[in-house]
Design a protein around this ligand. Structure first.
Ligand code: PLP
Length: 390
């Protein structure tokens, strides 16, 4: 029962892959043992969780002991930042960026109220991080640097090699929010020893919602957010076995599908984007076109309001986003586009289309005339007018 004819919002969440669903189902049906139980059903569940840990570790080129399972990307991010803060309470500064996901942004707002100095590094008009600003900001007082690997709204990538090298040189804890990167790009923590923590989320890579993981570099001190005996005392709570099995299978699928993301998904995105740019005037791409995830395009359409476009697209069975999922439904322009120096008007006229392995060329061809028609209609109805679709 698909609830959307055409789904171009894979940065918001992804379809659970059939092989992932198949792998998890027995753990919701007959195999319901608690991994902490010593009898057979428990031992089987324990083995399944261990296998999932190996699969996630393999995807990141980490060791299984470096993987802590969590309930989501948000929990992973909160765990990493709060661990660094509580282990080094004398350090009162956090360095992050102005374009982070709310999971980081809201936690930093909260910590600012607790007295932390939060440095939010800027980005340029293409969404590229101010690396010099990072170099200048790093200090003896820095508890943690927490930055995105890939931006959820624009897909723009931060220079993680340089960031990791800078933090390693200054021996400063670095957390990367790789929620949008994992599964879309090769992520190899063994090549970036400067990374202390890295967050990922199952529902962005074809596992269900409500499961995630935190990579904890074995050389880094760690303090749990949820205390209990599970996860080697690093994250309390009876393991969500079915979801962990799903995450493990999804990690395996992602590892074997990175090539596909780089070629097929990129081809879909590029075909879509170039067709829109060719067939409509007054359209601009938001964010750097090169240093970008292969699946994302964020476009501003002169003379439209994204909210209106989303309603018409939804009626036509096409799902995409205005800004990130968390900001859609509100009229405030995206903080990411604002940080890139964009006018409120252009930011409010932006739509994000994000593709995935379950999209097809046929869907692109089918949706293009519909999308262009909707843009034209909105521009006709806009009293201030806008560029015609050509
Ligand atoms: N970080 C980024 C970049 C995201 O895109 C998201 C989800 O949209 C999150 C963190 C939060 O992940 P979760 O939804 O698993 O809590």
């Amino acid at each position: 029962m698909p609830n959307q004819d055409i789904y171009f919002d894979n940065n918001a969440t992804t379809q659970v892959a059939p092989c992932v669903l198949e792998a998890m189902l027995p753990w919701l049906q007959t195999a319901y043992g608690n991994p902490s139980s010593v009898y057979r059903a428990g031992r089987l569940a324990r083995a399944a969780v261990d296998q999932a840990r190996n699969q996630v570790a393999d995807l990141l080129h980490a060791s299984p002991e470096e993987i802590v399972f969590t309930s989501c990307g948000t929990e992973s991010i909160n765990t990493a930042i709060l661990s660094a803060c509580s282990l080094d309470p004398d350090k009162q500064q956090i360095i992050t960026s102005a374009v982070e996901h709310s999971a980081t942004g809201k936690l930093c707002d909260h910590l600012a109220r607790r007295g932390y100095e939060i440095i939010r590094l800027g980005v340029n008009a293409r969404g590229i991080l101010d690396l010099e600003g990072l170099r200048d900001a790093l200090s003896e007082d820095t508890a943690i640097v927490s930055l995105l690997w890939a931006n959820n709204e624009t897909g723009v990538l931060f220079p993680v090699e340089e960031i990791a090298a800078l933090c390693a040189e200054r021996k400063i804890i670095l957390h990367l929010d790789a929620v949008q990167a994992v599964g879309k790009l090769p992520v190899d923590v063994s090549k970036l020893p400067g990374i202390s923590f890295l967050s990922l989320s199952g529902h962005k890579l074809h596992a269900p919602k409500g499961v995630g993981a935190l990579y904890v570099n074995r050389r880094v001190r760690f303090q749990p957010l949820l205390r209990g005996s599970q996860e080697n005392t690093r994250r309390g709570g009876t393991e969500n076995v079915a979801s962990l099995v799903a995450l493990g299978r999804a990690a395996e699928l992602a590892a074997s599908g990175i090539e596909e993301e780089q070629t097929l998904v990129r081809h879909l995105r590029d075909t879509f984007e170039s067709s829109i740019l060719e067939q409509a005037s007054g359209v601009s791409v938001n964010g750097d076109c090169e240093l970008r995830l292969p699946n994302t395009t964020n476009l501003s359409f002169d003379g439209i309001e994204a909210e209106g476009a989303l309603i018409l697209l939804d009626e036509a069975g096409i799902a995409c986003s205005a800004g990130s999922a968390c900001t859609s439904g509100s009229v405030t322009p995206s903080h990411v586009l604002q940080a890139m120096g964009m006018s409120n008007e252009r930011a409010r006229a932006s739509l994000r289309f994000s593709f995935g392995r379950f999209n097809s060329e046929a869907e692109i061809q089918q949706s293009l005339p519909v999308i262009l028609g909707i843009i034209e209609k909105l521009r006709r109805e806009n009293p201030l007018g806008g560029s015609p679709v050509v």
